[in-house]
Design a protein around this ligand. Structure first.
Ligand code: DUC
Ligand code: ZN
Ligand code: ZN
Length: 453
């Protein structure tokens, strides 16, 4: 063996048990009660600690051109921050340029990622924006290349029409791929925004007022209705509201493959943050909602209605957030989160809100299964040795000073966590330990995926 992690409590999505774990050539090679007699290059004692699969953040925007600028973490900075928070696979939403084939989008972003040097493995989803001239037919090439998930936006100037969305769902069925959707009602948001602007109501609080609960819930219901009509699977990103939760729960109860993701910011903050002096820093879309929605999300998280937790990591610099200090329309939408996601969810598990196996399911096993990452997401022989050693007794307070992103502030400043990752391994290589990034740019590779049986 190259590495044996001894005496830790192994956490899978179904159980926690005491065992040793052996790694050989980047893969998990053995899990057994006692590997102390097995020859090995390096032994690590994990007594008193948990040994977990590295998390998969299925929703980030790295070097993302948006809101008049580009998000401030590129493929290196974003994956460095991920590694330091126990996340060993990061998905990026790569946007299709007008006129570009979906395979060309993949190859352009892969080249960009490789030039920036990702520190952990990464995967790509493609955000579809242009179906003209037969471009939708290029989905098959992207799927064959190993990118089998696509996204449509119902908002922003790159939103697709209802008809285009429907065609994307049909094509996904033909190609064996999965469609993700950002569900908010664009027309209602534009109308409310114009009405608020006419009344001079432009402080960050009105970002929430322009995108209230029903704007997301109604769009989720429509998207789900179209997917149901085709019996096509659908993945709703960043679910933030009670009505959306109810729509997903109903579709699941009817037997449809409707998946839903939420993000730590919706579990932790409510719309009240937009009233804070630095409210602009919290502006993301969809916005955090009221207490009733947060309660519904927690019930869904505990009860199995939500499938994944991801971050929508899309940080912007303070100076860029400041563009909209007095006009929420000018604030680039997005916040950082990739380094905090797994520590936040595990801290909740450590305090009894959910079990550790459920945390592993939400942050690793389910995203691996839903998005076709067969080598990732669980501690099992033959899987990639993407491993987190977690110290349940270490208290940690999040601060800009102890984060590893390239952004210059965090909405998580002052967050107190009970328990924190001690070490992170990416394919058997130590990339983080006790506050220090130990990885190297370019270690991370594009993960080719398939959803075909
Ligand atoms: N929402 C954000 O806040 N940022 C990036 C894109 C998105 O949909
Ligand atoms: Zn979105
Ligand atoms: Zn997003």
């Amino acid at each position: 063996m190259d590495l044996i992690i001894q005496n830790g409590a192994i956490v899978t999505e179904t159980q926690v048990f005491q065992a040793d774990l052996g790694v050989k050539e980047g893969k998990i090679a053995a899990i057994a009660a006692d590997l102390s007699h097995v020859p090995c290059a390096q032994r690590v004692d994990a007594s008193g600690k948990l040994v977990l699969p590295g998390a998969i953040d299925a929703h980030t925007h790295l070097a993302f051109p948006f809101g008049g600028t580009v998000s401030s973490d590129d493929f290196f900075a974003g994956t460095r921050a991920a590694a330091c928070g126990g996340t060993t696979t990061v998905f990026d939403y790569s946007g299709q340029n007008p006129g570009e084939s979906l395979l060309d989008t993949v190859k352009r972003r892969e080249a960009q990622a490789e030039s920036q040097g990702p520190a952990v493995d990464y995967a790509l989803h493609v955000g579809i924006t242009d179906l003209s001239g037969g471009l939708l037919d290029t989905m098959e090439e992207a799927v064959d290349y190993g990118v089998c998930s696509f996204k449509v936006y119902m908002v922003y100037d790159f939103a697709v029409s209802d008809g285009a969305f429907y065609q994307v769902l049909q094509k996904a069925q033909q190609t064996g791929s999965l469609i993700c959707v950002h569900a908010e009602n664009k027309e209602i948001i534009s109308t409310l925004t114009a009405q608020l602007a006419a009344q001079g109501k432009l402080s960050p609080w009105y970002h929430y007022v322009s995108r209230p609960e029903f704007v997301a819930g109604e769009a989720a219901r429509r998207a789900i209705a179209w997917a149901k009509s085709l019996n096509a699977p659908l993945y709703i990103v960043h679910l933030s509201d009670q009505e959306g939760v109810e729509a997903v729960a109903q579709a699941k109860a009817q037997g449809y493959a409707i998946y839903a993701e939420t993000c730590p910011q919706y579990l932790h903050f409510t719309c009240d943050v937009f009233k804070r002096e630095n409210g602009r820093n919290f502006v993301c879309s969809p916005p955090m909602k009221g207490q009733a929605s947060q309660d519904a999300l927690w019930r869904a998280l505990k009860g199995g209605i939500l499938d994944t937790v991801a971050t929508d990591h899309c940080p912007f610099l303070q100076s860029e957030k400041d563009w909209g200090k007095e006009d929420f329309r000018k604030i680039p939408n997005g916040c950082s989160g990739v380094e905090v996601m797994y520590p936040y969810i595990l801290s909740q598990a450590n305090q009894g809100m959910i079990t550790f196996p459920r945390a592993v399911q939400l942050c690793a096993a389910n995203p691996a299964r839903i998005f076709g990452c067969s080598s990732k997401g669980s501690l099992a022989v033959g899987k990639d040795a993407d491993i987190v050693i977690y110290d349940p007794r270490k208290d940690f307070t999040v601060s800009q000073n102890n984060m590893h992103s390239d952004t210059d502030h965090t909405i998580w400043e002052g967050l107190r966590l009970h328990g924190y990752p001690h070490s992170t391994y990416s394919r058997g290589r130590l990339v983080y330990q006790e506050g220090r990034f130990l990885g190297q740019p370019g270690w991370g590779k594009l993960l080719k995926r398939s959803l075909k049986p």
